[in-house]
Design a protein around this ligand. Structure first.
Ligand code: SAH
Length: 241
């Protein structure tokens, strides 16, 4: 195996847009998925979704050589594309069970679209993906990133994720890609009974880690489980025009 699986990540410039088969696995993507498996991701459904989505399409060309390293990377506006392992881990935690390998979402809400990468991964696993972003420039960027992939089941919204998307609610699952100081109640309300939400909770000053929380809504009761410590950008209120 190559010591640096990202070495031949860079797609030729003129090949980036509109080729039909963007989801065909490439060597760097296959190597990344192997690493995710080695790090403990068990769901075959999640692994094959990660295998399908070209992460380089969601970052600047200057970062293409790092597209398949398992790291968060800058996407502008002080935000980041999430680390692939964390994307996989969060989706795996809320994937509907019985069998983790056959799980699929009905309608899922993502808070914090950023560049649109995780929305594209979720689209491989869900009937309908709604994703909301508060920074207009990133909402526009995600739209531009997703357009050439022609993914039919993602709807992007420009808005404040603290309010959720009441018109599209209730959701079977909610995944929050930014750290909230505490559990946003509007999101808990917009979760279906039997639905699951995953969210990093805690302060996000420099150096601080947050607790990844899994919320399981069962009728009137909400069960909270603590998962890994993670580092996310903060979930902020209001809009950036
Ligand atoms: N999902 C992205 C990660 C984006 S980083 C990926 O695929 O890699 C988190 C994003 O959450 C940032 O773009 C940030 O602007 C956004 N965000 C923070 N607070 C928000 C809020 N209240 N509503 C919507 N988006 C928010």
């Amino acid at each position: 195996m190559s010591a640096n699986p990202a070495a031949n990540t860079k797609p030729p410039k003129n090949q980036v847009l509109n080729e039909a088969d963007w989801s065909a696995p490439t060597a760097p993507r296959t190597a990344l998925v192997k690493r995710l498996r080695d790090k403990g991701i068990r769901s075959e459904a999640v692994l094959s979704a990660m295998l399908r989505v070209p992460r380089e399409r969601f970052i600047d060309e200057a970062l293409w050589s790092r597209a398949y390293q398992d790291d968060a990377l800058p996407i502008g506006h002080g935000q980041t594309i999430s680390q692939p392992f964390v994307v996989a881990r969060m989706i795996e935690a809320i994937l509907p069970s019985g069998s983790a390998s056959t799980g699929r979402f009905g309608k899922i809400l993502e808070v914090g679209t950023g560049c649109g990468y995780q929305a594209a991964v979720l689209a491989q696993l869900a009937d309908e993906v709604y994703s909301i972003e508060r920074i207009k420039a990133l909402y526009d960027k995600a739209r531009a990133n997703l357009r050439p992939l022609r993914i039919p089941n993602v709807r992007l919204a420009y808005g404040d994720g603290y309010q959720g998307l009441p018109d599209a609610a209730p959701f079977d699952a909610i995944i929050v890609a930014a750290a909230a100081p505490d559990l946003p109640q509007a999101l808990v309300q917009q979760l279906k009974r039997g639905g699951k939400m995953i969210i990093p909770v805690g302060q996000s000053e420099a150096g601080a880690a947050q607790q990844l929380k899994l919320i399981d809504k069962r009728g009137m009761t909400v069960i909270e489980k603590q998962l890994d410590l993670v580092r996310f950008v903060p979930m902020l209120g209001g809009l950036v025009k």
